[in-house]
Design a protein around this ligand. Structure first.
Ligand SMILES: NC(=O)c1ccc[n+]([C@@H]2O[C@H](COP(=O)([O-])OP(=O)(O)OC[C@H]3O[C@@H](n4cnc5c(N)ncnc54)[C@H](OP(=O)(O)O)[C@@H]3O)[C@@H](O)[C@H]2O)c1
Length: 264
């Protein structure tokens, strides 16, 4: 993917990796459609992206509202915007055990992390195909590759993205659609603060594991490199990514290890 002069839609652009990737992409003379539910954060990202040289359109959009997703996407399409790349970052995490998590929390996490991503992708993909192709990226996680304590619904939502996006790639490779899945390790963002606890409220803490992660700016450099090379999977993080190799080559050791790693 050559980002120069492309139109790119980034969800979750108000903070964390969505923000750092938006600002990095702004340097390629891009047009950016930035969306998030956080209007204030979005306005800050938009100003910084414009300063860095991008043309910016802002869409306040809640990824748990599929009607709003389809109507927003249609408005953007009707305005003649041709999206060449759709990069999904919006998402929420979880800090609760399976046995204490009410089903409504599982549904809420799936709604944002999976169905919201599916809805926006379905709204834009046909136009992308008509216009000769494009690039899609969904943000998965290490726990999109294996289950992990206190992350049951989160892990399931990220696993689901792999099936959905790999299917898109298989169906549309010949139509010049490219797909990437970001495999996030530990990145120092607010993701743990806004994670759902067992009551369905914000967990509210910066986990030590999160705090020790790489910066969102470093993550953005890894992501841009992976997108440029159109990698199917883009591992993002530090030493913790080693666990992917442990799972692949030593599955028994891996399953024991997962029980021992601190989930916070
Ligand atoms: N940080 C990590 O270590 C890590 C590791 C693996 C994967 N990931 C994934 O990376 C992605 C980006 O997260 P991040 O780490 O950069 O954390 P972040 O700073 O919390 O970014 C997530 C963004 O998504 C937005 N969002 C949440 N729910 C939304 C909704 N219903 N509609 C629209 N926007 C919504 C958030 O807005 P608010 O500020 O309003 O909540 C926030 O701006 C997520 O999908 C996360 O699961 C992160």
């Amino acid at each position: 993917m050559d980002f120069h002069h492309k139109t790119l839609w980034i969800t979750g652009a108000a903070s964390g990796m969505g923000k750092s990737v938006s600002l990095a992409l702004a340097h390629y003379n891009t047009t950016l459609v930035l969306s998030d539910r956080d209007a204030e954060g979005l306005a800050v990202t938009a100003r910084e992206a414009e300063k860095a040289g991008a043309r910016v359109r802002v869409e306040v959009l809640d990824m748990s509202d599929s009607d709003a997703i389809f109507s927003t996407a249609q408005r953007v399409i009707d305005d003649g915007v041709i999206v060449n790349g759709l990069y999904h970052f919006a998402g929420i995490s979880q800090r609760s055990l399976v046995t204490e998590t009410p089903l409504e929390n599982d549904r809420k996490i799936m709604e944002i992390n999976f169905f919201g991503v599916v809805a926006l992708t379905k709204a834009l993909l046909p136009v992308m195909i008509t216009n000769g192709g494009g690039q899609l990226m969904a943000t998965s996680s290490l726990v999109g590759k294996f289950g992990f304590p206190y992350r049951s619904a989160y892990s399931a939502s990220k696993h689901a993205l792999h099936g959905f996006f790999e299917s898109i790639l298989a169906e549309n490779y010949d139509k010049n659609i490219r797909v990437s899945l970001l495999i996030g390790g530990r990145i120092h963002t607010n993701i743990s603060k806004f994670a759902l606890n067992k009551e369905g409220h914000e967990y509210g803490k910066m986990d030590p594991g999160q705090a020790g992660g790489i910066s969102p700016e470093k993550a953005a450099r890894q992501i841009i490199k992976g997108l440029t090379r159109e990698r199917l999977e883009i591992p993002v993080g530090g030493k913790e990514l080693l666990i992917l190799r442990i799972k692949r080559f030593f599955p028994l050791w891996h399953s024991k290890l997962v029980r021992k790693i601190s989930p916070v």
